[in-house]
Design a protein around this ligand. Sequence first.
Ligand code: CTP
Ligand code: CA
Length: 227
Amino acid sequence: RLLSPSPGPLAGKKIIVTSGPTHEPIDPVRYIANRSSGKQGHAIAAALAELGAEVRLVSGPVGTSDPATVHAVHVETAREMMEAVRAELPADAAIFVAAVADWRSEAAAGEKIKKKPGAEPPVLRMVENPDILATIGHDSQRPYLVIGFAAETHDLLANAKAKLKKKGADLIVANDVSAEGGAMGGDLNRVSIVSTAGVEEWPQMSKEEVARRLARLVAERLKTIEV
Ligand code: CTP
Ligand code: CA
C-alpha cells in the first residue's frame, strides 16, 4: 500500500515519470546498458508525490529502491517501458527522465553466444527503439503537460530546442552530461529549462533540489488548467 496521498498543490493529479536506463538483451546473459543511475528520475517522482501527486514511476533496472510514496512499475527494455507508459494513460502530466537505449540488438540470441575457435567475433546489428517521449508527445491521449530531458555532450541548447519541437514536448530539461562526475550517475546536476518561451538556466544543485524545483514548476503549470 502507498502512503495516503498528502494534500498539496498536486493533489488529484496523476503524473507518469520514467527513470533509469533500459537494458537491451544480446543473449540470455548479456545486455547493452548505459550509465544512468535513476537518481534524478526517482527524486522527481518523490518530489511530485511530496506535493500530493499520484505518481506512476516506470523504471528501468536501477540500484536504488522505489520511493515509498509512488506506485512503481519495473521494466527492462525500451519496448517494455513504452508499453508500461501507455498502460498508465491518461495522465495529467508525464516526465520522461529515463535514459532509454536508442538501439537494441536486432535479434537477441535465445542461447548464450559461444566463442568458436578461429571464428571472428560476433557482429551486432542494431535497430532503433521506439521513442517513448515523441510517441506520447504526439499521441491523442497526450497528457496536458509533457516534459522531456536532453542529455547532451555538446551544443546543449541548440539540441534541446530541436528536441522540444521534434518530440512534441512542452518543456525540455537540458542536461550537460559531459562534465566529469556530473549528471550521468553523479549526485549533482546543472540543468536549463527550455520552452518556446525561452531558456531558464538553473545553477548547479543536488538532484533532489532539481527535483523539488521541477515539481514546483509542474504544479504551477497544472494550476493554470483548473476551472
Ligand atoms: N527518450 C524516449 N525514448 C527514446 C529515447 C529518448 O522517451 N527511445 C526520451 C528521454 O527520456 C528524454 C528525451 O527523449 O526525455 C531525450 O533523450 P535523448 O537521449 O537526449 O535524445 P534522443 O532523441 O534519443 O537523441 P540523441 O540520443 O541522439 O541525442
Ligand atoms: Ca538517446
